[in-house]
Design a protein around this ligand. Structure first.
Ligand SMILES: [Zn+2]
Length: 507
């Protein structure tokens, strides 16, 4: 009688039993770790209490770091059977520094060359997962659309981008700010040089993604065309190309990459509190913020920024060339759709025109555009505030402008300009000759970061849209720079500065 099939079957059963036991143990651990004592009288064995966040973890040998050092993964559960999942069978809910398969590529933020700094690895591609040294996902909020494409089977979950010919079209070389770990903390200074700096790792099959892209284009705006027509902007054939006001521009897109110790320091909080808040207020989306104190880099699910350069990009870091800058925070209603309740688009257009003029005079101009819609409160909050302003007793007054926002959002502004100057340091800016902005928060952040501003330029009064006086006067009263209002003897009575009512709008 041939016993081999029987022996094979027994072996097979024994392996499955081992696996089952392992899984059960892991699930038990998960259950134990998720238990929170309901009252002080609840007794729980010490070893069952989840490990505290150990931010110094990377300084200790892996084996000593964790009492659960031998476990593969703490949070393991069977994959859903339904559908055509492209993911591995086991779902890894989080990782721990002690996991035997966790071996992140060292990342030395602020190191003096790319190889010493190390590439940022965020991919959960099976090959990259053990080597990951960043929490979160590439693409910011767009990672959700990528997930949809994978779920629908339109995108291979293991797709790696083909980066042939995607390199920058202009040079942003390293400068000394790149080598100070606390100077640039909200973006990866090597983000545009991934192919060049980490080409060997890409060849090895590591899933690395640029977080910065630099390109060039022509752009056309109705207001710029009018300026060319009325002669206030001249055609030069290099920057203003023709009578339609076509502009030559070099531009870039930057995704946020946060070095958590630097972000914490910039905002004056400790790293543990920052990680806890980021974990809780994203609905617990990133448990590694808590379990992986050894990972210091986080790719947050927020919008990034764009840079638009008028004139030679190399002039930006050259202190002998004059530089005009506008740092603009997104306002879809005005920037794109021309709403007249604020000054955003007119100020942006004025900034572009001033950048072009500076470039035509032998200098260079820079617009930095941040995706911080509605003071980073979002457009829904913004429109709720608009309604509250228009319906307020006594009308939409400059005196109550910020109060209405605070009522809805709890704060009057969440843009927190503390990390805004990072992009300026990345570009190597040492001084700004003309700053096209009245914002005291932006001014203070830039000057406080070590970049001097020689002149502040406010929006010309003739460019103010009809319903925006409330906003501009409220801002000036709260500390915004204004050379013209400083000259006037009497400060305006903010109760008397009123915007449109619904009656004005409903026709
Ligand atoms: Zn606006």
């Amino acid at each position: 009688m041939d016993l081999k099939p029987v022996v094979d079957a027994i072996n097979n059963l024994s392996t499955r039993l081992d696996e089952y036991q392992k899984e059960t143990r892991a699930e038990l651990n998960l259950l134990k770790n998720s238990i929170v004592p309901p009252s002080p009288t609840f007794k729980i064995h010490q070893s069952n209490i989840p490990e505290p966040l150990n931010l110094e973890a990377e300084q200790q040998p892996l084996t000593k770091r964790s009492s659960f050092g031998n476990r593969e993964t703490t949070a393991v559960s069977p994959a859903p059977k339904a559908g055509k999942s492209q993911y591995p069978d086991r779902i890894i809910l989080t990782t721990y520094p002690g996991n035997s398969k966790v071996n992140p590529i060292p990342l030395n933020w602020g190191a003096e060359d790319a190889a010493a700094r190390g590439p940022i690895v965020a991919s959960r591609h099976p090959q990259s997962l053990p080597l990951r040294n960043a929490i979160g996902a590439h693409g910011g909020a767009y990672s959700i659309y990528r997930a949809l494409a994978v779920a629908m089977g339109q995108l291979d979950a293991n797709h790696k981008p083909n980066l042939v010919n995607t390199e920058p079209v202009f040079h942003v070389p390293p400068n000394k700010s790149w080598f100070d770990p606390m100077k640039i903390v909200s973006m990866d200074p090597w983000g545009h040089l991934v192919q060049e700096a980490f080409g060997d790792k890409l060849k090895e099959g590591l899933d690395l993604r640029p977080t910065i892209a630099l390109t060039k284009a022509h752009m056309q705006l109705a207001e710029i065309e009018s300026m060319v027509k009325d002669g206030s902007l001249k055609i030069d054939g290099k920057i203003v190309l023709d009578k339609k006001g076509q502009l030559m521009v070099t531009k870039g897109a930057v995704e946020p990459v946060w070095y958590l110790p630097g972000i914490a320091k910039r905002f004056g909080v400790d790293e543990i509190s920052l990680r806890r808040a980021l974990f809780e207020d994203t609905g617990g989306m990133y448990p590694e913020l808590i379990t992986r104190g050894d990972l210091k880099v986080f790719l947050p699910p927020i919008g990034g920024l764009s840079i638009y350069i008028f004139g030679p990009p190399a002039y930006i870091s050259d202190p002998t060339k004059k530089l005009t800058v506008r740092v603009h925070d997104e306002c879809n209603g005005s920037d794109v759709f021309g709403s007249d309740i604020c000054t955003c688009r007119p100020y942006l257009i004025y900034g572009i025109a001033e950048c072009v003029r500076q470039a035509q005079e032998g200098g260079v101009g820079l617009i930095v555009y941040f995706r911080k819609e509605g003071r980073a409160l979002g457009e829904v909050t913004k429109y709720l505030v608009y309604n509250a302003r228009k319906r307020a007793e006594g009308g939409d007054t400059a005196a109550n402008y910020f109060l209405r926002t605070e009522n809805v959002a709890g704060v009057k502004d969440m843009r927190f300009q503390a990390t805004m100057p990072d992009v300026l340091h990345w570009l190597g800016i040492q001084k700004i000759d003309r700053m096209i902005s009245m914002s005291n928060m932006k001014y203070d952040a830039i000057v406080g970061s070590g970049i001097s501003i020689l002149e502040r330029v406010e929006i010309p009064p003739e460019m103010l849209p009809p319903d925006s006086q409330v906003e501009i006067d409220a801002k000036i009263a709260s500390g915004y720079f204004s050379a013209t209002s400083a000259k006037s003897a009497e400060p305006p009575n903010l109760e008397n500065i009123k915007g449109r009512t619904w009656d004005d709008i409903n026709h």
